[in-house]
Design a protein around this ligand. Structure first.
Ligand SMILES: NC(=O)c1ccc[n+]([C@@H]2O[C@H](COP(=O)([O-])OP(=O)(O)OC[C@H]3O[C@@H](n4cnc5c(N)ncnc54)[C@H](OP(=O)(O)O)[C@@H]3O)[C@@H](O)[C@H]2O)c1
Length: 258
């Protein structure tokens, strides 16, 4: 008997259906493309229709749904849209998320609530809505955390805490859902080229300085690309990855080690 199904062939998601939140940019766009190229039908979700359409234009396997996943009832509508379109759901990628610079001295209740609504509550409600369909397909959930889900991040403690929460949801759901054959894993990227830092509202010059500092601290000497993270989303989503659940895989050029 062969020892590894994973190394024998490239990932095939032929006939599988995927929901990718945050598919209009960065890691989500690269992930949607990687999954579609592996044969999946992908529903890309986000608030900006034009950005989603740019993603969909790059592969016919990608359809889009414009939605704010923190809105009341949105997680259920997202899941229903995928199931109505393709009749099944195999993979939920909880990728949409935001970074928030929030030193303790500037912390306020509204910003904490907004951050947790996007980074913790929305992925939870999406997973909840997806559960019956993932049970039927013996599917899988991939949560996109961050290396700062398990490292401290001064000045952005609530971002780090929100990703730590996502990592604990990953482990707990993995155990809770193992008997149903549903695998749950997380990816923890290090600093990756995307719109995330710009979206945090910092001035351009500050963003560029942060990027330079990050690259200097990363043992492999540079920030990652969305494609390098997407490759691992594909590995975790691959139905051939039958023996991995409850893991947080850090993809960060070695940053975790220093
Ligand atoms: N880039 C990094 O260095 C890095 C490192 C570690 C972890 N991560 C994580 O990786 C994930 C992807 O981030 P990224 O780096 O690719 O950044 P990004 O380009 O800013 O992507 C975030 C995506 O989330 C979507 N989104 C935000 N709020 C939403 C909402 N309320 N409803 C629906 N969609 C929403 C955005 O689309 P719309 O604006 O159109 O809604 C956007 O496409 C995030 O969870 C982030 O925390 C990133």
């Amino acid at each position: 008997m062969k020892e590894s199904a994973v190394t024998d062939h490239p990932a095939s998601l032929e006939g599988k259906t995927v929901i990718m939140t945050g598919a209009g940019s960065g890691i989500g766009r690269a992930g949607a493309l990687a999954l579609a190229r592996a044969g999946a039908h992908v529903l890309g979700v986000g608030r900006r229709g034009d950005a989603l359409r740019d993603t969909a234009a790059q592969h016919p396997g990608i359809a889009v749904l414009t939605a704010d996943i923190t809105a009341d009832g949105a997680p259920r509508k997202v899941v229903e849209a995928a199931v109505e379109r393709w009749g099944r759901l195999d993979v939920l990628v909880n990728n949409a998320g935001a970074t928030a610079m929030m030193p303790l001295a500037e912390t306020d209740a509204r910003r904490i609530a907004d951050l947790l609504a996007l980074n913790v509550t929305a992925p939870s409600l999406l997973a909840h809505a997806a559960l019956p369909h993932l049970t039927a397909s013996r599917g899988t959930i991939v949560n996109i955390s961050s290396v700062f889900g398990h490292r401290p991040l001064p000045g952005a403690a609530h971002y780090a805490a929100s990703k730590a929460a996502l990592e604990q949801l990953t482990r707990s759901w993995a155990l809770e859902l193992a008997a149903d054959g549903i695998r749950v894993n997380a990816l923890a990227p290090g600093p990756t080229e995307s719109q995330a830092l710009h979206a945090s509202g910092l001035p351009h010059a500050v963003v560029e300085e942060i990027k330079r500092d990050e690259a200097d601290r990363i043992p492999l000497g540079r920030r990652g690309t969305p494609e390098e993270v997407a490759a691992w989303i594909l590995h975790l989503a691959d139905p051939a990855a039958t023996w991995i659940t409850g893991q947080v895989i850090t993809v960060d050029g070695g940053l975790e080690l220093v």
